[in-house]
Design a protein around this ligand. Sequence first.
Ligand code: NAD
Length: 355
Amino acid sequence: MSKTFTADALRRQMAAVLGAAGSSAEEARQVADNLVMANLSGHDSHGVGMIPRYVESKLEGGLQPNTSAKVTLDAGSMLALDGQHGYGQVVGVQAMEMAMARAAQTGSCIMALAHAHHLGRIGHFAEMAVGRGLVAIHFVNVLSRPVVAPWGGADGRFGTNPCCIGVPLKGREPFVLDFATSRVAQGKMRVAHNEGRQVPPGYLIDQHGRATTDPGVVVVPQSNGLLGALMPFGEHKGYGLAVACELLGGALSGGGTWHRAPDARREVLNGMTTILIDPQRLGTAASFEQEALGFIDWLRQSPTAEGFDALRVAGEPEREARAQREREGIAIDDTTWDEIVSAAKKLGVALPAAG
Ligand code: NAD
């Protein structure tokens, strides 16, 4: 069972909860808009279902509302910032604004952001950059729980470490590739568990390191008190990219890597190393514009394979979901909604119950 909301209604209600959790009206609006945009884009794992986690993290003293990113290095095309445990949806945007302004001046920018609380959909930042004609590359690590197993390993050792690449395409919608390096996002397992669904084989191992299709193994502690783990995507190659995200998004950003036993804290910290390039300044702009479009057109001429309704380019599924959900509303499953209602109640905000 689920409840369907208009994007506007959801934004208003979530902003009220975030405001009660201590955010200024402007911050509450910004975070609520970002989360609802994730739902609109089809990524419910990074939408309003994160609010209970944020509320717990705030109450524990992890997440720090009304906190800005602090510049720790400003040296030409190199920028380093500390998110100081502020909302990633806020400090991430501040860091990107600075990095985009710098890339506009110098042609490129390498920006390191440490200690941001959960940055949400990384594609949001790539969309900001491609909107200004910049290429964006993001490597991100996640410090919350070691939920992904190394290729060849039998327990979780790192997070779902997302990687994202945005490329502007002249006169067309951009290419925005944005994915977790786990076989699936952890939040999608929470949604599947809440909806009582099993997941396909190959996604998960249980607390003993054995293959399973039960998403509960990574959502609720199992009989021995341990959790299972997600598998990386793409076997040894996806695993390698996940490690690169830890080394670049975690170690190089200054945010730190995962190398300790899991604990029960609800905080989710992200480190992000971002590379922005202005193609107009690289000396290859004419070729870039023509060749990129030439390739995308060529790609699209491939006949649609059996079992597919269409050939798509990264970024399209999110745009299609937005058009559909703006029209038809956003369905939130009852378990997720109940969790949001309970979190709101802790803060003295009454939301209508599910059903
Ligand atoms: P996913 O598996 O749905 O993959 C999404 C990517 O694949 C998108 O770029 C999409 O456009 C592209 N895509 C999907 N179907 C396609 C098709 N048929 N043809 C071509 N391209 C297609 O996403 P995911 O791995 O579940 O990640 C979901 C979100 O979770 C992302 O926005 C990611 O940034 C976010 N995330 C955030 C964190 C964090 O700590 N902040 C951690 C992990 C993931």
